[in-house]
Ligand binder design. Structure first.
Ligand SMILES: [Mg+2]
Length: 97
């Protein structure tokens, strides 16, 4: 199972009355945690338990959870199409091969 398949499966399986408002609050917290880890790295401080990688994944999971809640029934292929389109845009903006 690839990452997008796993995220879609878990987000659709878990139930705890999540909605866009509650996911927004969670995302805010995770973004703050990621910013703190980036700040620690910038100033040479010891990273937290999850470090930049773990907090970046938390942010990505929360953001995709919001997208899945906002788009009921969205498929892996639809998410992959958006990922490809956005990555192509990043490459155009930032330069690629
Ligand atoms: Mg976190």
């Amino acid at each position: 199972m690839n990452a997008i398949q796993e995220i879609l499966t878990v987000c659709n399986r878990i139930r705890y009355d999540r909605d866009l408002d509650s996911v927004f609050d969670h995302l805010e917290g995770e973004v703050a945690e990621l910013m703190s880890e980036i700040d620690k790295a910038f100033y040479g401080d010891e990273p937290g338990e999850d470090g930049i990688l773990g907090e970046a994944v938390d942010v990505a999971l929360c953001a995709l959870d919001a997208a899945i809640i906002a788009n009921p029934g969205i498929t892996e292929a639809q998410i992959n199409e958006v990922v490809s389109r956005k990555l192509a845009k990043w490459e155009r903006i930032y330069g690629g091969k």
